[in-house]
Design a protein around this ligand. Structure first.
Ligand SMILES: *Cc1c(COP(=O)(O)O)cnc(C)c1O
Length: 345
């Protein structure tokens, strides 16, 4: 890559192997179900995640949207973390396009909703109320340093969902980061949810695409919803070819990104005026806060770093986020740390 870009793992470029696989991909018309490479990718993802079927979509946002539309109807409600991606970073799609009301609940420092609060927010059968239908979970949890939530949380939510006839959808944009950090297979970590969408284009480096997985009849409905929102693609095998390599070649190297992020967080915490919630840095995201002792605020700091060809996201007046990925090396981490240590405001 031509810049040292910590803003997100979405910025990661495809690898050379991906570009070569794209150039020679076998293709067909995927809206007719005839693209062999898309079909192979959907089957491979479903097998890896322990689900019956998969659906290739253009983005994580689309994967979550078509999942929600396939699970719930107008007038129904989805319980969701108040800082979850599906609630605050997807343009309100479930409400705008689906007539589905979010029911946001606070999350703890690991991105977990309180189980008792989930139960209390499930509606009685009363014409005044929306109908509770869905629980939305996320792993790793983006807003909490990408915390990899342990499987017992999902098992507990499964019990609640089963008691009340609710479905569970997992936003797994960085699910492979979570599985790697917990040392679990993706299928083990996904076993308690009905559906899951994963991003191929974040830490896994594919240029475009996500996959939604779940039971066969659910995926059939989601396929209709994908068409409804204009997401039916034609010779998408060109993209799926990169996606296959993303699934096959990238998950095993994610621990390197995690080690880089951990080192960055630990070193940042030693710089006067910088605060990091070290306990929750276990994958590839580091949020850090600038206190009054730091010689500046986040926007000017980010601007100064750009002059050193380092890009980083200000996420608040005194907060920034750095994300590690395939194209960030240990050397880049040192460059970022040195630049911040030398910053004088
Ligand atoms: C990135 C991300 C998504 C989906 O993002 P797209 O940019 O639409 O692919 C969904 N959930 C989380 C937690 C994410 O980080």
């Amino acid at each position: 890559m031509d810049r040292i870009d910590f803003r997100s793992d979405t910025v990661s470029w495809p690898t050379l192997a991906m570009r070569e696989a794209m150039a020679s991909a076998r293709v067909g018309d995927d809206v007719y179900g005839e693209d062999p490479t898309v079909n192979e990718l959907e089957a491979a993802a479903a097998a890896l995640l322990g689900k019956e079927a998969g659906l290739f979509v253009s983005s994580g946002t689309m994967g979550n949207l078509v999942a929600i539309l396939a699970h719930a109807q107008r007038g129904e409600e989805a319980i969701v973390g108040a800082d979850a991606h599906t609630f605050i970073h997807e343009a309100g799609g479930m409400a705008v396009l689906g007539g589905i009301t979010p029911c946001p609940l606070p999350t703890d420092e690991r991105g977990r909703m309180d189980l008792a609060q989930i139960e209390q927010s499930i509606r009685d059968d009363d014409p005044h109320s929306p109908i509770s239908r869905l629980i939305l979970v996320e792993n790793s949890y983006g807003a909490k340093n990408g915390y990899p939530i342990e499987p017992d949380y999902f098992t507990a939510i499964r019990t609640i969902a089963d008691q009340h006839g609710l479905q569970i959808h997992l936003d797994g944009a960085r699910f492979f980061n979570a599985a790697a950090a917990l040392n679990l297979s993706p299928a083990q970590l996904a076993q308690d949810v009905d559906s899951i969408s994963i991003c191929l284009s974040k830490g896994l480096c594919a240029p475009v695409g996500s996959i939604l997985c779940g039971p066969q009849p659910f995926i059939k409905r989601a396929r209709r919803m994908r068409k409804l929102v204009g997401g039916g693609m034609r010779q998408a095998g060109v993209l799926a070819a990169a996606g296959l390599l993303a699934l096959q070649q990238m998950p095993h190297r994610l621990p390197q990104d995690h080690a880089n992020a951990r080192h960055l967080a630990e070193q940042l915490a030693t710089i006067p005026g910088i605060r990091v919630h070290l306990d929750t840095v276990k994958t590839n995201i580091v949020f850090f806060d600038l206190t009054a002792d730091f010689p500046g605020r986040s926007e000017p700091l980010a601007h100064y770093l750009q002059q050193h060809n380092i890009w980083i996201s200000p996420t608040g007046p005194c907060q920034l986020r750095a994300v590690t990925h395939y194209w960030i090396t240990a050397e880049h981490i040192e460059q970022l740390l040195t630049a911040i240590r030398n910053y004088e405001g």
